[in-house]
Design a binder for this molecule. Structure first.
Ligand SMILES: [Zn+2]
Ligand SMILES: [Zn+2]
Length: 129
């Protein structure tokens, strides 16, 4: 397969691309199957049709940390600050998590794996994924 970041050919089991030093599936520029260039948010490769669902849309923030912060400090928006959603964090801080309701919704989103960080990436439970 090919490194999704630089297009270099890497082994199926490689955890890191020798050419660019990132995990082969962490990039979003090349198809891992046919090396065609892909758009960053493409779901499938337009040349070979292979699915491009990978870790590139997964947040680098830790799922469990986000969950615990939301559970214990969510009314202050701390989980939002942690995941770099600073603007929303400030609003939640000022409104005490939308009187707790917003925090509850965020908590559910985190649990079901639908919570997005400030970069629009999904915070996922990597142990389970
Ligand atoms: Zn690479
Ligand atoms: Zn392809």
């Amino acid at each position: 397969m090919y490194c999704r970041n630089c297009g270099n050919e890497v082994s199926e089991k490689a955890i890191m691309c020798v050419a660019c030093g990132t995990p082969p599936l962490a990039g979003n520029r090349y198809c891992p199957n046919c090396k065609a260039e892909t758009s960053p948010d493409a779901g499938i490769c337009i040349r070979c049709g292979v699915g491009l669902i990978n870790t590139s849309n997964h947040s680098e923030f830790d799922w469990l940390t986000t969950l615990l912060l939301c559970l214990f400090l969510g009314t202050f928006g701390i989980h939002r600050f942690y995941t770099k959603s600073i603007g929303i964090g400030i609003v939640q801080l000022l409104t005490l998590g939308g009187c707790g309701l917003w925090t509850l919704i965020d908590f559910i989103m985190i649990v079901v794996g639908n919570f997005r960080d400030g970069n629009g990436k999904v915070v996922v439970n990597k142990q389970r994924a």
